[in-house]
Design a protein around this ligand. Structure first.
Ligand code: PEP
Length: 261
């Protein structure tokens, strides 16, 4: 990765951990990283717990002055009103959420989210000062039919068309690699990350392309993170399963201490 972009390791807990478990997991992660003298300015760390945990996570982070950031796994495209079950970016901002994941493949698959909806959600996050983590990625069929980068590039183009301005993070997550134990190779992830960065330059400008962080996600573990972080266009990881184990997640965050990096 390029040094001007601060590496970013993000943990997506999905629908796991109630608010009491969330407190315990955040505490264990904070202690593990403190014991290892982790420098949060050098590698940023964020967790994405379920909505019901966010207030508890905020309380422990504030009370114990942890440098761990947190965000939500989704956000409403609306700001307020008669939208039963939705969570506004205004509420997330009030809770101190730094980020909101938008367009995770599980929401595309189970909730029918389209790139237009995802774009409006990203725009809502930006409106409220919450940075969207925009997920894109191809299915196994897409990969076979179109190669690795065509679908994620088009998804990003369509999403950014709805987002007039503001910072964002991109997470390239090949759907076939999520939760499968079969990660992309660093070379393949780099190829797509490079294409996504070029897309940002086209849609926005060179400055945005240079400063935007692009994460890889899909079966990342402490044993394979270093390979991804050696690639010039990969600036971090969005981690699912492995983020639920504080020691394993801390091992991913501390990829710089791995042999050969
Ligand atoms: C994810 O859910 O975003 C993800 C990448 O999951 P996993 O790390 O378990 O593949």
């Amino acid at each position: 990765m390029v040094e001007q972009r601060v590496p970013f390791i993000a943990g997506n807990w999905k629908m796991q951990q109630d608010h009491l478990q969330a407190i315990a997991l955040v505490q264990k992660l904070a202690w593990t990283l403190k014991d290892a003298d982790h420098d949060f300015e050098a590698v940023e760390v964020s967790v994405f717990p379920p909505f019901t945990d966010l207030r508890s996570v905020q309380t422990i982070v504030d009370a114990d002055k942890y440098s761990i950031r947190y965000g939500s796994q989704d956000i409403s495209e609306h700001d307020a009103g008669a939208f039963t079950g939705e969570i506004s970016g205004a509420f997330l901002a009030k809770l101190g959420a730094s980020y909101a994941i938008v367009g995770h493949s599980e929401r595309r698959e189970h909730h029918g989210e389209t790139d237009a909806t995802i774009g409006r959600k990203a725009a809502a996050a930006v409106r409220h000062g919450v940075v969207p983590v925009i997920c894109v990625g191809e299915t196994a069929e897409d990969l076979e039919q179109h190669g690795a980068s065509a679908v994620p590039v088009q998804q990003l183009r369509d999403i950014l068309a709805e987002v007039p301005a503001g910072d964002f993070v991109v997470a390239y997550e090949p759907v076939w690699a999520i939760g499968s134990g079969k990660a992309a190779t660093p070379e393949q992830a780099q190829q797509v990350a490079e294409a996504l960065r070029k897309t940002i330059a086209e849609v926005r400008d060179d400055e945005a392309a240079e400063s935007t962080r692009i994460l890889y996600g899909g079966s990342v573990k402490s044993a394979n993170i270093a390979g991804f972080m050696r690639e010039p266009d990969i600036d971090g990881a969005l981690v699912g399963g492995a983020s639920l184990d504080a020691n394993e997640f801390a091992g991913i965050v501390r990829y710089r201490s791995h042999v050969g990096v």
